[in-house]
Ligand binder design. Structure first.
Ligand SMILES: CC(C)(COP(=O)(O)OP(=O)(O)OC[C@H]1O[C@@H](n2cnc3c(N)ncnc32)[C@H](O)[C@@H]1OP(=O)(O)O)[C@@H](O)C(=O)NCCC(=O)NCCS
Length: 305
């Protein structure tokens, strides 16, 4: 039976998670030199991908069995790709390339001018895989982590209500003109994935953060998905660190004990995080197809799935 590429449906979720786990377990086992079982992707995360971009979540199926997945997201003019994986017995036969092409075609149809992704820094085969479809390396991403003690929420920071998030379009376009972020932010809140926090000075909102606290999930860590400082912010470092304290406080209240963030190693934000105790636990390579505009001021932003 020929390979089929179809949107991921409810009935595929379990097999899609299996394919991902087998792909990542094999990669980790080869890296480490002994068999290891990679943690399974959770259903909540798969449903969040499907909910955000039903057409961007595609499975490859052979003889009725899911052998690979790709998840793609359109954020206004920007698209991102990932995760993407093919189960080990089907690798090296063109399945990944065809999934990637489905993803690129979907994001282009959605109006994305630039498409970003992140891949392991030391994996020459993966770089070659993406380069073959036109992606270019644009920089290194730092992965930082810290245990959180969860002090009080700074008075300059508050959790945004749904109405407030829904009305953030104009502010967000000033901080990051390329994107339409409101639907993604609302989705994170509505699905119980996380919260949006706002930093205010006397003039109004000058920074925002989206923290994924995964509150309906078991687990230990929370993740700063996005942190944007407004280009006119007078004290960007202070707004940034207050927002970090805010997301940590929020995550601790949801039972999380550590915080992770992935961000470009260019710019001051990596240094700001290091100065408040964040430590690197790895790095990845950012690759781009087309034009991808970064936010206008220091930020935390990752295109990792
Ligand atoms: C990377 C991956 C999605 C590629 O899918 P695939 O179906 O094996 O790829 P294709 O057959 O379309 O293309 C083959 C090319 O992919 C790259 N590749 C990367 N890892 C590979 C692997 N384990 N096996 C085969 N090819 C691999 C190579 O460039 C290869 O070309 P080469 O044979 O000239 O070296 C798949 O190997 C995989 O799931 N790996 C583990 C998870 C992963 O790394 N995901 C991407 C993270 S950003």
């Amino acid at each position: 039976m020929p390979l089929m590429f179809t949107p991921l449906t409810e009935a595929d979720i379990e097999q899609s998670i299996d394919a991902a786990q087998e792909a990542w377990s094999r990669m980790a086992s080869l890296d480490i030199g002994r068999p290891v079982a990679y943690p399974r992707r959770t259903e909540l995360i798969v449903r969040a991908y499907m909910d955000a971009d039903p057409e961007g979540s595609v499975v490859a199926r052979q003889d009725g069995k899911v052998v690979g997945n790709i998840f793609c997201h359109a954020w206004g003019d920007i698209g991102w790709i990932g995760p993407l994986e093919v189960e080990p017995f089907s690798q090296g036969q063109g399945v990944g390339t065809r999934l990637l092409r489905h993803g690129i075609a979907y994001l282009r149809r959605s109006g994305c001018k630039g498409i970003g992704l992140e891949t392991m820094a030391n994996k020459e085969r993966n770089l070659r895989f993406y380069r073959a479809e036109g992606f270019e390396v644009v920089g290194e991403m730092e992965m930082l982590e810290r245990s959180i003690d969860g002090g009080p929420m700074p008075i300059s920071v508050g959790v945004a209500g749904r109405e407030e998030v829904a009305g953030m379009g104009p502010w967000l376009r000033q901080a990051w003109p390329a994107t339409t972020l409101v639907p993604s932010l609302l989705q994170s809140c509505d699905m119980g994935m996380g919260r949006v926090l706002l930093h205010r000075d006397q003039e109004g909102v000058d920074g925002m953060a989206l923290v994924h606290t995964f509150e309906r999930e078991t687990g230990n860590h929370a993740s700063i998905r996005l942190l944007l400082i407004h280009p006119d912010c007078v004290q960007p470092e202070s707004a940034f660190t207050d927002l970090i304290r805010g997301v940590e406080s929020c995550a601790k209240a949801c039972g999380r004990n550590s915080m992770v963030a992935r961000l470009s190693s260019d710019g001051p934000a990596t240094g700001w995080l290091s100065s408040i105790g964040y430590r690197s636990y790895g790095s990845s390579t950012r690759m781009v197809l087309g034009t991808l505009l970064d936010p206008l001021a220091p930020c935390i932003l990752s295109f990792a799935g």
